[in-house]
Design a protein around this ligand. Structure first.
Ligand SMILES: C[S@@+](CC[C@H](N)C(=O)[O-])C[C@H]1O[C@@H](n2cnc3c(N)ncnc32)[C@H](O)[C@@H]1O
Length: 203
């Protein structure tokens, strides 16, 4: 028998860890109402703390998961931590292709390629990009004129907005090769690193 969405989601969380506290800290700090999550796979935790989230993934396992949208909606309605009704959408396509969506307050980028670069046009001016540097998305944002580094999120989900100059520096001040990051789709071993980074889209 095929597994239900809840069992699959709980198993996924057991394996990868629950990032609800991360999304909650960011949503609270920046008043996020509406987000997109390109390359989400089945990580629906943002909907527990953000009223409107559009998940985007072209993997067939994710497409199959989100076919159970009624069950997902019910589950989120019962467990959400905000008073508004939840709105969940899923787009089962490549996020580098044009998306028929409106601009949002937050883009979530977690282990899914150059999400910030590919989807920044869907971010409102002053909107937030939350990303890690696993695939180098944070490095590309750091050296992108459209973004400003405004904070980091520590491993225990605390947002820090000071002393940001120390990030994205290589030992011995070696220059940063963005072509290498793009070719390898991998972040670099900086002297100081954070679990997650927060960038504001310049207006
Ligand atoms: C390693 S998983 C990470 C999933 C989730 N963000 C997490 O942190 O657990 C990467 C996901 O990104 C999706 N992905 C990667 N590139 C994509 C693209 N260009 N368009 C849509 N989805 C993509 C994959 O299908 C996969 O589900």
């Amino acid at each position: 028998m095929e597994k239900g969405f809840l069992e699959e989601y709980q198993e996924y969380i057991r394996k990868t860890g629950d990032r609800k506290a991360l999304y909650k800290a960011v949503a609270k700090e920046y008043g996020v109402q509406k987000a997109i999550y390109p390359g989400s796979f089945i990580d629906i935790s943002p909907s527990l703390v953000i009223p409107e989230v559009n998940y985007i993934d072209n993997f067939k396992g994710a497409i199959r998961f989100f076919k159970q949208m009624d069950g997902i909606q019910n589950y989120i309605e019962q467990h959400k931590e905000y008073p508004e009704a939840c709105k969940i959408d899923f787009i089962g396509q490549d996020y580098t292709e044009p998306l028929r969506i409106e601009q949002v307050d937050l883009i979530i980028s977690q282990y899914a390629g150059f999400v910030g670069q590919e989807t920044k046009r869907y971010l409102k001016p002053d909107g937030i990009l939350l990303c890690n540097d696993s695939h180098g998305d944070a490095t590309l944002a750091r050296f992108d004129e459209d973004f400003e580094l405004i904070g980091i999120v520590s491993g225990n989900n605390e947002i820090e907005e000071g002393e940001l100059e120390r990030y994205f520096k290589l030992p011995k001040e070696k220059p940063i090769d963005l072509k290498l990051v793009k070719d390898k789709m991998k972040g670099l071993a900086y002297s100081a690193a954070a679990e997650n980074y927060l960038f504001r889209k310049k207006s």
